[in-house]
Design a binder for this molecule. Structure first.
Ligand SMILES: O=C(O)CCC(=O)C(=O)O
Ligand SMILES: [Fe+2]
Length: 206
């Protein structure tokens, strides 16, 4: 709490412009990412509202012969579910206004992850359950709270890209990125604070 308020004295959450503030980075094989640093103003305040207001769930999943804890807390909002915060509704609308023409459809669902500390993580994967297994699409990730590293690497092998994302940053994975690249938030031994990511996806992309 104290650390959050020292880092960011904002008393309200604001959604900045997109337009030409977004930097596109072409990747191999028709994949690309867009990066917009500090898109959400007062992001530490939004972090606190989401941390305290969202119905976070701990999940367990079968893994080989065992059932293991998923190393992060989750909440998934299906199409039409109310946004967890007015600022999230505003960000959702702004993403649809900016990306709608290029994407050809709206972002429909919001997945949320809470990484409590450096032991929480998501392993290497592409979001390939659903249409994204065969079609180009976009997944937009908004990060609030402390920065964690999102790593990206081509499935075919090659150099890993790393983006430290937190404090209101936006990163959008587009084109073939889910099919041809993998991404991960790897565990870290470095002390780090909690981070929440919001993933906006079109219908049928998981
Ligand atoms: O937290 C992130 O930035 C990535 C989350 C992710 O890759 C996923 O939920 O599919
Ligand atoms: Fe993912």
């Amino acid at each position: 709490m104290l650390q959050g308020s020292l880092l960011d004295l904002a008393e309200e959450v604001t959604v900045g412009p997109l337009g030409d503030t977004v930097e596109r980075v072409p990747l191999s094989e028709g994949a690309w990412i867009d990066v917009r640093r500090g898109w959400i103003g007062g992001a530490d305040l939004l972090f606190e509202r989401l941390r305290d207001g969202v119905a976070w769930r701990a999940e367990r999943r079968p893994m080989y012969e065992r059932v293991v804890d998923v190393p992060r807390l989750l909440c998934h909002l299906g199409e039409g579910a109310p946004a967890p915060d007015p600022a999230v509704a505003e960000a959702h609308a702004a993403l649809n206004a900016h990306y709608g023409p290029e994407l050809g459809e709206p972002f429909a669902t919001i997945g949320m992850c809470l990484y409590r500390d450096g032991r929480d993580s998501v392993a290497w994967h592409g979001d390939t359950i659903g249409r994204s297994r065969t079609e180009d699409t976009m997944v937009a990730i908004v990060s609030v709270g402390a920065a964690r590293t999102l790593s990206l690497r081509p499935k075919a092998g090659g150099r890993t890209l790393r983006y430290d994302l937190g404090h209101g940053d936006l990163l959008v994975m587009g084109g073939s990125c889910q099919r041809t690249w993998d991404h991960a938030v790897l565990k870290t031994a470095k002390p780090c604070g909690p981070r929440i990511s919001l993933q906006f996806r079109p219908r049928g992309v998981l």
